[in-house]
Every structure is written in structure tokens, then in C-alpha cells.
Design a protein around this ligand. Structure first.
Ligand SMILES: Cc1cc2nc3c(=O)[nH]c(=O)nc-3n(C[C@H](O)[C@H](O)[C@H](O)COP(=O)(O)O)c2cc1C
Ligand code: SF4
Ligand code: SF4
Length: 285
């Protein structure tokens, strides 16, 4: 049996969550999803640049009605050249049709694929328009494929992102449209194929996680998991197969006790330097 939060356990006829158009109290809101802090830092800095902008975490917001807002931003990482599964579910289950201006900002290691087009298509299905989508290069956080960049390169990426956020905020305030920073053709085609082959395997791919002897039984891995995909049994994590592959459990483990198969053995861990693990224990706030 699937866990109730497992995407495949979701009933198909969930009523769309709606924005009450008569109750536009918040003029600007940013919904964010983040495993290791890159997207969260961008969401926070963008909110500061825009001014008068509320922040809401997608893993918490997905369970409630949408906050009414005239301008809605969605900030998240690129996964497998497209949207994280939780962002897909958020866009499918919530109605954005009443918002005046919707934009996306994707953080990535280097290749956006069709992430903004995917968001645009999902929004279009419910009669909402994606005005613009920007992609920001940040340190890669997928240790199964590579180590994070060295500290000096990370600092360079953060500085460049800071400058871009200021420019993006100006464009958002001016109501910019028709900017979609996806990967262009012909490279977009093979990337779409790779995504098609891999994305449905994400929920069960947590079978590859294993925990070593250095585990301190602290429970942090379960607390930072954005979708409650980890249960602590006899002091150690057990994965429940509705995984987002965000790598938060592996990256935030204070003992570096979690590995993803053999691919992560000996690889450096990464999280954005602004945050500590407790900042990502969202359900304890
Ligand atoms: C499962 C997974 C898949 C990823 N796929 C891509 C990708 O297709 N293209 C890319 O440029 N970066 C990819 N990345 C890197 C992240 O998008 C990037 O590091 C992002 O800034 C992480 O954001 P976060 O710290 O908010 O979680 C991937 C990371 C993970 C964990
Ligand atoms: S975070 Fe690491 S040390 Fe703590 S319980 Fe999980 S695996 Fe063990
Ligand atoms: S189990 Fe780990 S990788 Fe999967 S969603 Fe939870 S924190 Fe992310």
C-alpha cells in the first residue's frame, strides 16, 4: 500500500483549490520549494528586492487553500530538466486563475531543460498564464553525479545570482512578459527524452538510500524531509517510497551517514551556507 502522500495514492478527483478573487489581501507572494537552500535563498532575496512580498513553503502550502494574491511567484530547483514532482502537484491541485501576474524562478546546476514550459502548460490547463520564467545558476546539489563546486566558485555563483535577482525584480515590477529561460532546441529534445525516462522513477528511487554505522540516531533526516517520506525506526531512517529526490536527508545529515547507493560514497555534501538543518525542519516552526 502507498503512503497517503504518495503521488500515486492521490485520488484523481481532488477539487481544485481556489483563490477568492474578492479577498486579495496580499499583493505579492512567493511560493518556494528547496531541498538544500539555493531556491529558498533566491526566494527570500527576491521577496526583499520586490518589497511587500510574503513567502510560503510549497510543502506546507500544498495542504491548504492558496493565499489570495495579485502577483504570484514560484521558486524551485530544476529536477531532471523539468519541475520537481511536488511543484507539478502544486500547480495541478491549486487554482491560480485569479492571479494578475504569475512568474517562475528556477535554480539549477546548469541546464534548465523545459522547466518553465512545463509550468506554463500546467497553468494554461486552468486558464492561467505564466508571464515569465527565469533560470539562475547555483551550486549543483546532486552528489550522485558530481561534487559541489569549490567554495570560491560557489561564492561567484552567489554574487552573480544576487545581481540577477535585482534585475529580475525590476522586470517583475514592470510586469515583464514572454521571457522563458528554458534550454533551447536542439539540446532541449534529448533532455526531454531523459526526463521522460527518469522522472516517474523518483518516488521509488529512495530504495537506493542506505544508512551507515556513523548514524547518531538524531532524527534530523526525517525532520528535514519536505514530504514526510522518512520514518525513524529503532533510531534509524526508513524511506517510504514517495520521494522527491531533493537530497535534503542526505545533505543535512550531521553524521554524513546516508549514501545513495555507492554513487555518493566519498562525495562532498552541500547546503547553502545561509542555513542550518533546523531552518529546514518546516513542521516545527
Ligand atoms: C534530483 C535532482 C535533479 C537535478 N536535476 C538538475 C537538472 O536537470 N539540471 C540542472 O541544471 N540542475 C539539476 N539539479 C541541481 C539543482 O537544480 C540545483 O542544485 C538547485 O539549485 C538545488 O536547489 P535547492 O538547494 O533549492 O534544493 C538537480 C538536483 C537534484 C537533487
Ligand atoms: S540524520 Fe543522519 S545521523 Fe541523524 S538519524 Fe538520520 S541518518 Fe542518523
Ligand atoms: S527522502 Fe530524502 S530525498 Fe526523498 S524527499 Fe525526503 S529528504 Fe528528499
Amino acid at each position: 500500500m502507498f503512503h497517503p502522500n504518495h503521488p500515486r495514492a492521490m485520488p484523481q478527483n481532488i477539487p481544485a483549490k481556489t483563490i477568492n478573487k474578492n479577498f486579495m489581501k496580499t499583493s505579492s507572494i512567493i511560493y518556494w520549494f528547496s531541498g538544500t537552500g539555493n531556491s529558498r535563498s533566491i526566494a527570500e532575496d527576491l521577496a526583499n528586492s520586490l518589497g511587500d512580498t510574503k513567502l510560503a513553503s510549497i510543502p506546507l502550502a500544498i495542504k491548504n487553500n492558496l493565499e489570495p494574491a495579485e502577483r504570484i511567484g514560484l521558486v524551485f530547483p530544476v529536477y531532471a530538466f523539468g519541475l520537481p514532482l511536488i511543484v507539478r502537484r502544486f500547480l495541478k491541485r491549486s487554482s491560480f486563475a485569479g492571479a494578475g501576474y504569475i512568474y517562475t524562478v528556477a535554480t539549477m546546476g546548469g541546464l534548465a531543460g523545459s522547466v518553465h514550459r512545463e509550468a506554463r502548460d500546467l497553468l494554461k490547463r486552468q486558464g492561467a498564464d505564466l508571464a515569465a520564467g527565469w533560470s539562475l545558476a547555483m551550486p549543483g546539489n546532486y552528489p550522485a553525479l558530481s561534487n559541489p563546486p569549490p567554495p570560491e566558485k560557489q561564492a561567484g555563483l552567489f554574487e552573480k545570482a544576487k545581481q540577477r535577482i535585482a534585475a529580475i525584480a525590476t522586470k517583475i515590477l514592470r510586469g515583464a512578459t514572454e521571457i522563458y529561460e528554458d534550454t533551447r532546441l536542439p539540446l532541449a529534445w534529448p533532455l526531454a527524452f531523459v526526463r521522460h525516462m527518469g522522472i516517474d522513477k523518483f518516488p521509488d528511487s529512495d530504495e537506493k538510500f542506505n544508512v551507515g554505522q556513523s548514524c547518531k540516531h538524531c532524527g534530523v533526516c526525517a525532520k528535514v524531509c519536505p514530504v514526510e517520506n522518512i520514518r525513524i525506526v529503532e533510531g534509524k531512517p526508513v524511506w517510504l517510497h514517495h520521494c522527491e529526490q531533493c537530497m535534503a536527508c542526505l545533505q543535512w545529515c550531521p553524521a554524513q551517514a546516508i549514501e545513495f547507493g555507492s554513487a555518493t560514497v566519498g562525495k562532498k555534501r552541500y547546503h547553502h551556507p545561509r542555513y542550518k538543518a533546523s531552518d529546514f525542519c518546516l513542521r516545527e516552526e
